[in-house]
Design a protein around this ligand. Structure first.
Ligand code: SF4
Length: 399
């Protein structure tokens, strides 16, 4: 069985980006019954279009139906599940036994994947979900590699594990910090990520903060590149990237990096150190957050602690391609972050290495030469060294 690379999609543009950059499957939430309710969730029409697009590339679509439902949350759920089945969605990701049972009853063609919010971290729990007719279990992030090896050796059900993205300061999602501080229910789509805020730290009456250093309960993000050979050797069904709130550029970089690494493993049976470094550097172009390998090295890990979230914003992503004239090798680009004439940029396409070039000249749509691109969404004409398309990102190479 080939291990799947599963990517998040906050909206249609990000879904298409994930697929074009090499995700085998994508997951997102609908307008109802899903967490991340602020992540530009999909309408039913969007879901139908998403399935059509993904299936045309032979990729899969999973819809999160992962609220922890209270009694009043079931209205409309049966019809919703039937619609997902009718539109050809491949699976739902659910965090509730009640929703899984209902799905199996009213929409039996939909696979039921048990969400990480169930904190499934032992073989007995896996067997429980197998008995309840689940088709896959997303393991809790709180499993280390040694435990995972044991679980994977005994499991009688396909496993999905996280490889990248934000971590919860609690067992994934089992948390009411957001409810308490913001009145937003983390388990009904409203998590305000309160654990990642900066807090003042007091000891009795004494304020302990340094001027530039406050306290956060969040951890660094997960990046499991260094554990990828181990995870692939275990033949898990799916490797999951977190981040439905992230940008299309982020999704492109992360998916491209992991796609490259998974393809290396498939081709050579092992990912070399050099290939791991290359994959890591592709991934790092998309993010400016510190990372650690999650709990894979062991359950307590100092490396993941992050007490101060002050991080400088990266402006690597500077433009998107809107049009391309192959005869003139000229692109119309939409400016997203500033850059200047004579800067070195790079074209980022799926599957090929990035191609660097110097900006010798750029022009606005009236033909006037422009020295500094600093107006967001301005359209500019610019020569590019390779063919580009609507999925190409232009990034700044910092000297
Ligand atoms: S507040 Fe933090 S720990 Fe709680 S659910 Fe949200 S991300 Fe997880």
């Amino acid at each position: 069985m080939k291990t799947e690379l599963l990517a998040p999609a906050g909206d249609m543009a990000r879904l298409k980006t994930a697929i074009i950059y090499g995700a085998d499957a994508v997951y997102f939430g609908g307008k109802q019954f899903s967490l991340r309710s602020r992540a530009s969730n999909f309408t039913l029409d969007d879901i139908r279009e998403a399935v059509k697009f993904a299936h045309s590339y032979n990729r899969k679509v999973y819809v999160t139906v992962n609220i922890i439902p209270h009694n009043g949350d079931f209205e409309g759920l049966e019809d919703y599940l039937k619609k997902l089945e009718e539109y050809g969605v491949d699976a739902i990701i659910c965090a509730s036994q009640a929703i899984l049972s209902l799905c199996k009853k009213v929409a039996p063609k939909l696979e039921g994947h048990v969400s990480t919010q169930q904190t499934t971290i032992n073989t007995a729990a896996l067997q429980y979900w197998k008995d309840k007719k689940a088709d896959r279990v997303v393991l809790g992030r709180e499993v280390d590699l040694k435990q995972l090896k044991e679980i994977a050796g005994q499991a009688d059900i396909p496993l999905e594990v996280f490889i990248h993205g934000g971590m919860c300061a609690n067992y994934s999602g089992r948390c009411t910090i957001s409810n308490m501080l913001t009145n937003r229910d983390a388990n009904r789509g409203g998590c305000a990520h309160s654990c990642r805020w900066n807090y003042h730290l007091w000891h009795n009456e004494e304020l302990l903060d340094r001027e530039d250093y406050m306290f956060s309960m969040g951890s660094k993000d997960m990046c499991a590149v260094s554990y990828l050979n181990d995870l692939l050797d275990l033949n898990v069904a799916s490797l999951k990237i977190e981040g439905r709130m992230k940008t299309a550029f982020y999704i492109a970089c992360i998916v491209k990096g992991y796609r490259y690494l998974l393809d290396c493993y498939e081709k050579y049976g092992h990912i070399s150190d050099e290939q791991l470094l290359k994959g890591q550097s592709i991934i790092e172009t998309g993010t400016n957050r510190d990372s650690f390998p999650g709990f894979y090295p062991g359950y307590s890990i100092e490396e993941g602690q992050l007490y101060n979230l002050t991080q400088t914003a990266s402006q690597n992503f500077v433009a998107r391609v809107m049009k391309f004239d192959s005869e003139k090798m000229e692109a119309v680009i939409e400016v997203r972050n500033h850059f200047r004439k004579n800067d070195t940029l790079a074209v980022m396409n799926p599957y090929t290495d990035d191609c660097a070039f110097k900006v010798c000249a750029m022009f606005d749509m009236d033909g006037n030469e422009v020295e500094i691109a600093n107006r967001p969404l301005q359209l500019l004409r610019i020569k590019v060294p390779v063919r580009v398309n609507e999925y190409t990102f232009i990034r700044l190479i910092r000297e």
